[in-house]
Design a protein around this ligand. Structure first.
Ligand code: FPP
Length: 242
């Protein structure tokens, strides 16, 4: 969800005004995703790097905004049958925010529609480090590391995203052409869509445009043009646009 700062700067507003405006974009995008039956949508809200490289006042504002969002949007999430999940090192977030997150997660746990995953204090490299640590820990509790067998499924099962299929489409706003440490393992075969629209201006209609573009792509997963056998080694949910 990139471009909040630039959106604010263009209006001669403080950066945090861009973050505040970004909430309307979240609402519109998530509601549209649910309405058209997208299986899963994952929003990169705060990276691990965001904490270290931004002024404390901005980080504090983002924390308060997240807390307010979780409370204010709960009825919308429930009305749209959306289940909330998180990825990232959430134990490093302020305790009151963690409590609010858990409360919101539990309050949507019964929902069976779109899975909305918020990436908070997230870094794909840290996710891989945590996955490898978790694999070794599990092995040492189950007969020792000498019997450890690791394949792609082992790694997948220890990622934060074990509840999700691999993404089909990644949408990057504000024209940036980078992955910025987001879902590096999971995006192996994802289609990438870059739009110049700044995040606070992004709405459901822009998501629909991204999906229309995605539908024109030919996904080959390393196979050949027109290869009907082309598919990922671990096929994702058929309708999933994550
Ligand atoms: C990146 O834009 C955006 C963020 C670091 C924060 C994203 C947060 C929101 C959209 C607020 C609402 C979200 C939730 C889930 C409540 P930037 O500040 O890096 O923009 P810039 O690149 O233009 O400076």
């Amino acid at each position: 969800m990139d471009g909040n700062g630039r959106w604010a700067k263009r209006r001669h507003l403080p950066r945090v005004a861009g973050h505040r405006a970004g909430v309307a974009a979240v609402r519109s995008t998530v509601e549209t995703a649910a309405r058209i039956g997208i299986h899963a949508i994952t929003l990169y809200a705060f990276s691990e790097e965001n904490w270290k490289k931004r002024p404390k006042s901005e980080v504090d504002f983002l924390m308060r905004l997240l807390g307010r969002y979780l409370k204010a949007e709960l009825p919308t999430l429930n009305n749209n049958n959306i289940r909330l999940e998180y990825i990232g090192r959430r134990r490093e977030l302020p305790e009151d925010v963690q409590e609010r997150m858990e409360w919101a997660r539990e309050s949507t746990a019964k929902n069976t529609g779109t899975v909305l995953t918020l990436a908070l204090n997230y870094s794909a490299r840290s996710e891989l480090v945590d996955a490898f640590r978790s694999i070794v820990k599990a092995a040492s509790q189950n007969g020792g590391v000498e019997h450890l067998k690791i394949d792609e499924d082992t790694i997948r099962e220890h990622l934060y995203t074990r509840h999700l299929p691999d993404p089909d489409l990644v949408v990057r706003t504000s024209g940036e052409m980078r992955l910025s440490n987001f879902l590096l393992w999971q995006l192996a075969y994802a289609e990438i869509y870059v739009t110049p629209t700044l995040w606070p201006d992004f709405r459901g209609v822009h998501l629909l445009e991204a999906i229309a573009e995605y539908q024109k792509r030919e996904r080959r997963y390393g196979g050949l043009n027109g290869d009907s056998h082309a598919q990922p080694r671990h096929p994702t949910h058929e309708k999933a646009v994550n």
